[in-house]
Design a protein around this ligand. Structure first.
Ligand code: SF4
Length: 303
């Protein structure tokens, strides 16, 4: 396993603590995996080699291209611009309907990785005329050790904005370091209450996600919330109202709230979200006082 450290995409992780017996605790996301020597964390991107935690995805870019910022969706953040958008592999959640499973369900293979130095990505953005840098497609938290120098370099070279399209499950330390490095926008998914996360996403504490949304606002970041409305999972009035009420309480009426359409994918075959369900959610949000509710993803696209 120690030969792994010879690959450029394998670097010592930044967010972890050493425990007894050579085990470590990862501090990148709120799963906070305790990882014995020779083992990986739940996401498969962090490995304990001889008592040190390593990331296997430092600059291991799985997809990269210029994309309009509205596709993320960000509707109130640099409208009309494009962001150089990129991803790596895997995810720290395991949602059975994952709409980007072709990237999020693939584990990293350092021997096959193509390493992108942060400077190269910034050069590419400048060459393309992109105004921003955006980590998206799968969960960007897993790229954070690399995104931090990338965002710093980008801002120093005149890139106007840096953002994450995220499930919002990073630790607060990571959120703060990303912000300090230049991240000024975050789109956060809210999939439903804790029961939805437990039953369909491999577990997560939604309170930590709301905390991050709230803290991102406090830090002065631009925040937009997305609720993927999944047929017969979180499309009932009680769950929609819960999302709307928490949105108002945690991030306020001026924060955009997107209700996006789900399509069958990965392991889940419930039918696509009905248009009338999305319209109902929109009207409920308007009535409750959300100033900028939106309906998204009426057609199937990869964002
Ligand atoms: S990033 Fe999250 S899921 Fe992955 S090893 Fe760290 S705590 Fe576990």
């Amino acid at each position: 396993m120690s030969e792994l450290t010879s690959y450029p995409t394998v670097r010592e992780a930044e967010f972890y603590e050493k425990l007894s017996n050579g085990a470590v605790r990862c501090g990148l996301c709120e799963r906070r995996c305790e990882i014995p020597k020779g083992s990986k964390g739940v996401c498969g991107t962090r490995v304990n080699i001889n008592g040190k935690l390593y990331t296997l995805v430092y600059g291991d870019v799985s997809a990269i291209e210029s994309r309009p910022i509205e596709i993320k969706p960000f509707f109130h953040y640099w409208p009309g611009s494009t962001a150089l958008t990129f991803s790596t592999w895997s995810c720290n959640l395991d949602c059975v309907w994952c709409q980007n499973f072709h990237l999020s369900k693939v584990k990293p293979e350092p021997a096959k990785a193509i390493y992108y130095p942060p400077e190269k990505v910034v050069e590419l953005a400048i060459y393309n005329g992109d105004e921003g840098l955006c980590a998206s497609f799968q969960e960007p938290t897993l790229l954070s050790e690399w995104a931090i120098p990338l965002f710093k370099t980008g801002k120093a070279r005149g890139v106007k904005y840096c953002c994450y399209v995220s499930n919002g499950y990073m630790t607060l330390d990571v959120l703060k370091e990303l912000h300090a490095a230049g991240m000024d926008g975050i789109k956060i998914d809210i999939k439903g209450d804790n029961e939805v996360y437990k039953k369909y996403c491999g577990g997560a504490d939604v309170e930590k996600i709301w905390r991050n949304a709230r803290e991102a606002k406090k830090l002065g970041m631009h925040v937009e919330i997305v609720n993927l409305v999944v047929t017969n999972v979180n499309d009932d009035e009680n769950t929609l109202q819960w999302v709307i009420d928490r949105h108002l309480k945690e991030v306020g009426p001026e924060t955009p709230l997107h209700f996006t359409r789900y399509f069958p994918a990965y392991k889940f075959n419930n039918p696509p979200t009905k248009a009338e369900t999305l319209e109902k959610a929109y009207k409920m949000a308007k009535k409750a006082g959300v100033l900028y509710p939106y309906i998204g993803n009426r057609k199937h696209f990869w964002a």
